[in-house]
Design a protein around this ligand. Structure first.
Ligand code: ADP
Length: 260
């Protein structure tokens, strides 16, 4: 442990004395180092798309603007990278608000079915392009959870989008839920690339990716699972995963069930 020692003479004490104050600064050091790491990560993440935007703009200015075959392609790249920057900023602000307890949640009773259906509709197209089957297992009951509906949709969207992203063609993504001891347990299971054990504990950290280049190419910001974790905690729930590399991953979200 790191201890900061402060020696103070005692004012007004009849005999010359010393008061020794011990502060545990190891926790402060840890927080400070996390903060540094976060700022470094943010800078790196913002610089990458910015550098691409600059490079494409310079190429256009340097003559490519007259190249009828490629100039629109370069403009599209600029737009993609600008969108990436936008997504990063939106995600970072979202995490900051949730963490600071400043996100205004409307905690109500939410039917899981409709949230699952809207998320499935959103990712149906990208799943179809990879011939991935999106399966919603028929639930044994109508689950109602206590959460913020938009937040819950964000949780599902992130899990489903990852499941489709990290599952190769012809795979399957299954969504199912059940109730147990006053909680609702929602699972998103895929037959994708899986996550090796050494990465599993770190996967919910901001910007942590197993394969940085691959995730970036797939449009990931590295913030999705961190948002999922924070939202689940804000709803008095939790999230965990089970995964075997090369075989697939199951994310399991536990949420308080509404009392019927
Ligand atoms: P990203 O935007 O990079 O997808 P996330 O925070 O959503 O960021 O996920 C962090 C990392 O966890 C991903 O980069 C990927 O390496 C890994 N990951 C997330 N979901 C899955 C999954 N279903 N299968 C395999 N790997 C996954």
């Amino acid at each position: 442990r790191d201890l900061a020692v402060r020696a103070t003479s005692l004012p007004g004490h009849p005999s010359p004395g010393v008061l020794v104050v011990l502060h545990d600064i190891s926790e402060l050091r840890r927080l400070e180092s996390l903060r540094h790491q976060f700022v470094a990560n943010v800078s790196h993440e913002l610089k990458t798309p910015l550098a691409s935007i600059k490079a494409y703009a310079e190429t256009l200015r340097g003559g490519a603007i007259n190249d009828q075959e490629n100039n629109l392609r370069f403009v599209s790249r600029i737009e993609e990278q600008a969108e990436r920057l936008n997504q990063l900023i939106v995600d970072m602000l979202h995490i900051a608000r949730v963490e600071a307890g400043e996100e205004a949640f409307d905690i109500t009773q939410v039917g899981l079915r409709s949230v699952v259906d809207s998320s499935v509709t959103q990712y149906a197209q990208s799943a179809k392009q990879k011939r991935i089957q999106l399966v919603v297992e028929p639930p044994s009951h109508r689950a109602i959870v206590v959460a913020d509906e938009d937040g819950l949709r964000t949780v599902l969207d992130n899990l489903l989008s990852n499941a489709v992203k990290y599952t190769p063609e012809d795979g399957t993504v299954t969504i199912r839920w059940r109730s147990d001891a006053g909680r609702c347990i929602l699972e998103v299971q895929d037959t994708g690339i899986g996550i090796a054990e050494e990465h599993q504990t770190r996967i919910f950290e901001r910007f942590y990716r197993v394969d940085e280049a691959r995730s970036r190419d797939l449009g990931g910001t590295g913030l999705g699972l961190s948002i999922v974790k924070h939202l689940c905690l804000a709803f008095d729930g939790t999230v965990e995963l089970e995964s075997v590399r090369g075989q697939g991953t199951t994310f399991r979200v536990y949420l308080p069930a509404a009392v019927s």
